[in-house]
Design a protein around this ligand. Structure first.
Ligand SMILES: Cc1cc2nc3c(=O)[nH]c(=O)nc-3n(C[C@H](O)[C@H](O)[C@H](O)COP(=O)(O)O)c2cc1C
Length: 195
C-alpha cells in the first residue's frame, strides 16, 4: 500500500535488477527440426533496429523452448491481447515438456510463410523471425533476429485498410502483473504539433 508520502522525488536505492517496465509480454512460437512446436511467454523482448527490421528475445537455456530456437534458428512473436492474457500467463508457467500448449489452450496453428514455426491464429499480429546471432549474456541468452514477415489480422482494419491495434486490446507486463491499455494520452509527435 502507498504510504502517506506523495513526494515522488523521494527514492530508495535498490540493488541492481530489472525494473524497465512496462514491457510487452509476447507469446513466442518455436519448433524443433522434427516439427514439434511449442509456445513460450517472453517479456525480455524488444525492437532493436528499423532497417533492417530486427528484434530480440532473451531466453534462459534451461527452458524447453531453448533447444528449439537453436535447432531451427527461427521463431514467431505473437502479440497478446486482453483475450489472450490467460493463455499468455499459462504459456509462461507451464512447460512444453509436459503439455501441448496449443491443444491445452485450444489455440489455432497457422502456417508461417518464411519459417518452419507456426503462428498463433488468435493473435492479431504475428512476426516471423530468423535468428542472426545468439549472445550468451548470463542467465539469459539473447537471440537477435531479423523480421522476415509480418501478419496482421484483417479483423482490426477499417475500410481504408488502416490497422487499429488498439481495438485488439494489447496487454503489457509491468512488475509482475498484466495490464490493459485503456486510453490514448497522445499520438506520436503531439507534444510539438500545432494546435
Ligand atoms: C510474463 C512472463 C514473462 C516471461 N518472460 C520470460 C523471458 O523473457 N525469458 C525466459 O526465458 N522466460 C520467460 N518467462 C518464463 C517462461 O515463459 C516459462 O519458464 C515457460 O514455462 C517456459 O516454457 P517451456 O519450458 O515450454 O519452454 C516468462 C514468464 C512469464 C509468465
Amino acid at each position: 500500500m502507498r504510504s502517506g508520502n506523495t513526494d515522488t522525488c523521494r527514492k530508495q536505492e535498490w540493488k541492481p535488477g530489472n525494473m524497465l517496465y512496462p514491457l510487452p509480454a509476447v507469446m513466442v512460437t518455436v519448433a524443433d527440426k522434427t516439427g514439434k512446436d511449442n509456445i513460450i511467454t517472453v517479456a525480455w523482448t524488444g525492437t532493436v533496429c528499423t532497417n533492417p527490421p530486427m528484434l530480440y528475445i532473451s531466453v534462459r537455456p534451461e527452458r524447453y523452448s531453448y533447444h528449439m530456437l537453436r535447432e531451427t534458428g527461427a521463431f514467431v512473436i505473437n502479440l497478446t491481447t486482453r483475450e489472450l492474457t490467460f493463455a499468455t500467463d499459462y504459456c509462461g508457467v507451464r512447460s512444453g515438456r509436459e503439455v501441448d500448449k496449443f491443444r491445452a489452450l485450444k489455440l489455432t496453428r497457422q502456417k508461417a510463410s518464411k519459417v518452419a514455426v507456426p503462428l498463433i491464429g488468435e493473435s492479431p499480429v504475428n512476426i516471423e523471425c530468423k535468428i542472426s546471432q545468439c549472445i550468451e549474456l548470463g542467465s539469459h541468452h539473447m537471440f537477435l533476429a531479423e523480421v522476415e514477415a509480418v501478419h496482421v489480422s484483417e479483423f482490426y482494419m477499417d475500410e481504408k485498410g488502416k490497422f487499429h491495434l488498439e481495438e485488439a486490446e494489447p496487454v503489457v507486463y509491468s512488475h509482475g502483473a498484466y495490464f490493459g491499455l485503456n486510453h490514448i494520452l497522445g499520438t506520436f509527435g503531439y507534444s510539438i504539433r500545432k494546435k
